[in-house]
Each structure stands twice: as C-alpha cells, then as structure tokens.
Design a protein around this ligand. Structure first.
Ligand code: TPP
Length: 370
C-alpha cells in the first residue's frame, strides 16, 4: 500500500515525540504492520458503530450497544492473543476485540439485522453478542459478569487437557461488584490458571458511577487480595494495552497464573441506543469525546511516520468501502426465519408458548409440532 513504512520495526527520530490526550509520544519498537493492524481494527469498529446507529435511526435495526472510547484497549489487548487458539469471553461492548480476533463486519451487521446466516446466534441474541466456535469466542451472556467464571473454566480445561491456550474475560467496572468476579479470581489464583481478566473501566455502569460500585479507587488494587498481579493501564493507548497484555499472556502460558488488568477508558455516548445519558453532566460528556482514542492514535501514527496522510486516507477509504459492502450484503439477506426454533421443546409448555406467541401477534413460536 502506498505511504506505509515497509521496515519490519519502525524507529522514529526523537523529535517525533507527540503528546496527544496526555499520551507520551515515545516511539514503540514494534513492527509497522502491528501498529497499523491496531488502527485498522479501531477504525473498522468505529465505522461499523456509525453504520449501526444509522441503521437503528432508519428503523432497520432495533438496538445498538456502542463501543466508542473502548477501541484502543480492545485492539491492543486482543492483538496480543493467538486468535482461534486462546479463548476470549467477550461482552456486549467488545466490537473491536471481536474484529481483531477475526470476526468480520459482515458477521456484525448480519447479526444486528437478524438475517439468515447470523453467525453469532441465528438471530436469537441481541446485537453485539459475538460468538464463533472457530475463533474460540463462546457465546455471550447479557448477564453482567457471567463471562468471568466461564473463562476460568476454559483456563482450567487447559490445565486438565494439557493445552497451552489462555482464557481471557472482558468486562466493565460494573461487573467488579458482582460475586462472579470474586469467585472467578479466587479460583483462578488458587490454581494458578492461565486466565486473564480485563476490566474495561469506563467509570460507569449505565447510570451508576464507579464510586457507587466500589469503595476501592483502583480495580487493579483488588488483585492483591488474590495474590496475583494487578496492572493499571491507559486504555486509550493501544500500544500500552498491547504491552500489558503481552506480559499477562506470557505469565499465563508460562504457568505463572492469572493477571487482572484495569484499563481506564471512556464511554463516548450513552450506554446503548435506548439510554439517555443526561445523568452525566455536559462537561463530562465533552471530556469523554475529547479523549477519543481514535484520532489520538491516528496523529501518533503520522508523527511516528508509520504511514503518511495519503496512505492513511487510502486505508480509511478501503475500510469504509469494506463495511459498506458488508452492509449491502447483509441487507440483501432474508430475515433469520428460524430464529425462534430450538428455544422450546415439543411439550405442553411449548404448545402454551405457541399460543402465547400467537396472542402476541407472532407467527412462529419455534415449536416444530404444536
Ligand atoms: C446481573 C445483571 N444485572 C444488571 C444487568 C443490566 N445491565 C446491563 S449492562 C449493565 C451495566 C454494566 O456496566 P459495566 O459492567 O460497567 O460495563 P459497561 O456497560 O460500562 O461497559 C447493567 C447493570 C445485567 N445485564 N445483568
């Protein structure tokens, strides 16, 4: 591609140091294609997010969970995993993580629109409930914190079966006050399992601020209670997140047990398209927008001379075109007609469900022999 540095490892003059949104500008000694890979995932996720909002406002989709502000930490941490080998227990905000691991914009949009062939659930789940057997992304539960003990189970399976995979769970700061958090970290720490816990700490659980979730200011500090390392990282810096995750993955694979990562990020926008976030004052919402990791990382790539402006514009145009093509393809598909099948057994309860479905104006309860 034009304008992209071709050297295996990028080095930049010290004068290229750039402070963006509080980030130091030190040049990372990482391959150019990795630095660009992070940007590609972040930009593609943002583009999908924008399209999802538009489709929702057009009445073609029902609901959006936005990941804006979480892209950097997700791209950085996911890039440190072996996709399809390590187990990733995602949550509804995990768009960039999913895309980094190999989920495609087509998969995301087909699921949003509940079209035939929806990879994640055949139209049964809410949007952004990512799932892929091949990519070792188990299906997501909407229940906050549910993925943590499940990930510990996958980490325990590595021990029992002699596998060398790690199992990562991603969750918000709200999940930290659930019992699942304690049970998962406790068990993983006792057995020194290859588990990694990534808290996407945006400071809010819908309308509940972090201070009302926990009396402890830092999620990372909680690791001490389990005798495991707790890493606090700037979740707006994809490179810092990549490095922290690499360390955690190395520890896990080497048999040194779990790590808890507290990645501070921002939630730009409301919790979902159904939320009105006027419980936050305007100054805070403006601050979240000003901390947007996407333009900040774009500026750093340019300053580091990983790519020039023309190359970046071309890359962005290509990524936008790929999302537009995926959207067109998804819209052309028929609805997932069997979305309600396999949800009910053939039983009296099923038949009652069918009756209720008909009363509610639904044509197919999913019961095959009512
Ligand atoms: C056990 C449980 N309680 C409540 C809810 C409703 N709920 C859905 S998302 C959410 C907020 C979670 O916040 P956090 O874990 O901080 O993640 P964020 O959405 O901020 O990324 C809540 C309370 C739920 N899904 N599950």
């Amino acid at each position: 591609m034009t304008g992209v540095a071709t050297t295996a490892t990028v080095t930049a003059p010290a004068s290229s140091a750039l402070a963006t949104n509080g980030h130091a500008g030190a040049m990372p000694a990482l391959p150019a294609d990795l630095l660009l890979r992070l940007y590609r995932a972040m930009f593609t996720a943002r583009t999908c997010d924008e399209r999802m909002w538009i489709l929702t406002r057009q009445g073609r989709a029902r609901f959006v969970v936005t990941g804006r502000g979480h892209e950097a930490l997700q791209a950085g941490t996911a890039a440190a995993l072996r996709a399809g080998h390590d187990y990733a227990f995602l949550y509804y905000r995990s768009m960039t993580t999913a895309l980094t691991l190999g989920v495609t914009p087509f998969d995301v949009l087909t699921s949003l629109l509940a079209r035939e062939g929806d990879l994640f659930s055949g139209g049964r789940q809410l949007p952004n409930h990512f799932s892929s057997r091949d990519l070792r992304i188990p299906t997501i539960s909407s229940v906050v914190g549910a993925g943590l003990p499940q990930a510990v189970g996958a980490a325990y399976a590595a021990r029992v079966r002699g596998g060398d995979w790690v199992a990562v769970s991603y969750f918000g700061d709200g999940a930290v006050s659930k019992g699942d958090f304690h049970e998962a970290l406790n068990f993983a720490a006792i057995h020194r399992l290859p588990a990694i816990f990534v808290c996407e700490n945006n400071g809010w659980a819908i309308s509940v601020p972090a201070a009302l979730q926990s009396p402890v200011a830092s999620v990372a500090d909680r690791a001490a209670a389990y005798g495991i390392p707790g890493e606090r990282v700037d979740g707006l810096d994809p490179v810092a997140c990549y490095r922290v995750m690499r360390r955690a993955v190395a520890r896990a694979r080497d048999g040194d047990g779990p790590t808890l990562i507290d990645a501070r990020c921002v939630r730009i926008g409301p919790h979902t398209s159904d939320d009105d976030d006027r419980y936050r004052d305007e100054a805070e919402r403006d601050a979240a927008l000003a901390a947007d990791p996407l333009p900040a990382y774009r500026r750093r790539l340019l300053a580091w001379q990983v790519i020039d402006e023309g190359g970046l514009e071309q890359l962005e145009a290509d990524l936008r075109a790929a999302v537009a093509a995926a959207e067109e393809q998804a819209l052309a598909l028929p609805p997932a007609t069997d979305a309600r099948s396999h949800l009910f057994a053939d039983s009296p309860a099923c038949r009652a469900g069918a009756d209720r479905a008909l009363v509610n104006g639904l044509t197919d309860s999913g019961c095959r022999n009512p």
